[in-house]
Design a protein around this ligand. Structure first.
Ligand code: X2X
Length: 344
């Protein structure tokens, strides 16, 4: 009798434990702070977007969701290629990440790094705002992270300290810092250059010391990082790739919020994303090319590639495009090409 009472008591204790463990996520306490990761800070459109997202969410939730931005991917010690894994694991609660930096974990994100896939801004929009964008979001979600909105880093233009680049031959022997997906090593090698993969944190000192001759990044990154003071006196506007940004939240964090708060976070992400895209394109979309004029005003030689010059770059990188099409998935690449062909 006594014994069975004890086991009953024990069972009920376990029952309580089990119930606690299975408590619905909605009953979870909100954190006092949510950590938002970005690569660059508020001097850049990307960081301004992070600041805006946090501000809108804080205001509209009356401080229930208090977002603090950690630029410089400081939550992963500056290693932007580890950012996605850290979001999935909960080391990072929210992020605005470049498709390039998450490509090591999600191979389909290399789509945006296929050389010369997207000829203009309408082509970027045709992907991110169309079927391809939806499919990419489903893939991100399958990888355990909640995607909410698109932003933009921008068309990545090649710069260097040695000479104007009009053709692959001009890149021969030049050392370039490239970002963290192997497709960049292969693209620059195909163009005859010497690429070295390194983080954004390491790129700036490497440019300053002359350890590398050049790099590739959007003009908004070029100006905000003052790359003309890092020896970068030549810029070639070749529009070879563009990296969109994706606003995401860690899955458990997302599920810990009420539906009403989730909607606030999602809507604010869309709003902040639109602002990032506006800032990323300001002065770069014809007829307003004032940003290009600003760069020229810094004493930088800006090369605008002609159609014939572009063809030479395309030809030189075709093998890389074909190889990575197989990695990304031929169906997805085909869908992207068709979306771009049908763009307005
Ligand atoms: O590292 C870069 O070049 C940057 C800042 O553009 C990215 O994070 C992809």
């Amino acid at each position: 009798m006594h014994k069975s009472f004890a086991s009953l008591a024990l069972a009920s204790v376990f029952g309580v434990v089990a119930l606690t463990a299975a408590a619905p996520a909605a009953a979870q306490k909100y954190q006092t702070e949510y950590r938002l990761s970005t690569v660059v800070g508020t001097a850049f459109p990307w960081g301004k977007g992070g600041e805006l997202w946090g501000k809108l969410v804080r205001e509209r939730t009356n401080g229930r969701i208090n977002i603090k931005m950690y630029p410089g991917v400081s939550l992963v010690a500056g290693d932007q290629t580890r950012e996605f894994t850290a979001i999935r694991q909960g080391v990072i609660d929210l992020a605005i990440g470049s498709t390039i930096n998450w490509s090591p974990q999600i191979k389909e994100l290399n789509l945006f790094s296929l050389p010369f896939l997207m000829p203009d801004y309408a082509a970027i929009d045709a992907l991110t705002h169309g079927e391809v964008g939806k499919q990419i979001f489903r893939i991100v979600e399958k990888n355990g992270v909640v995607p909410l909105a698109w932003g933009e880093n921008g068309f990545r233009e090649v710069t260097n300290s040695k000479r104007p680049i009009h053709a692959p031959a001009d890149m021969k022997g030049l050392k370039f810092r490239v970002v963290g997906s192997p497709i960049y090593n292969e693209t620059f090698t195909a163009l005859g250059a010497n690429p070295t993969q390194m983080s954004w944190a390491d790129a700036q000192p490497a440019l300053a010391s002359g350890a590398v001759d050049g790099q590739e990044n959007p003009l908004t990154i070029f100006t905000a990082a003052k790359m003309h003071t890092l020896g970068q006196k030549n810029v070639t506007l070749w529009h070879y790739v563009a990296d969109p940004l994706i606003f995401v939240v860690n899955k458990e964090v997302w599920e810990s919020w009420t539906p009403a708060d989730r909607k606030i976070v999602a809507d604010a992400a869309v709003e902040a994303g639109k602002e990032v895209i506006r800032l990323a394109r300001a002065g770069l979309v014809p007829p307003d090319e004032s940003m290009v004029k600003t760069v020229e005003g810094l004493g930088v030689n800006v090369v605008r590639v002609s159609a014939a010059e572009r063809t030479a770059f395309v030809k030189a990188t075709r093998k890389v495009y074909a190889k990575w099409t197989r990695t990304i998935g031929a169906d997805l690449v085909k869908k992207a090409e068709q979306s771009i062909a049908a763009r307005k």
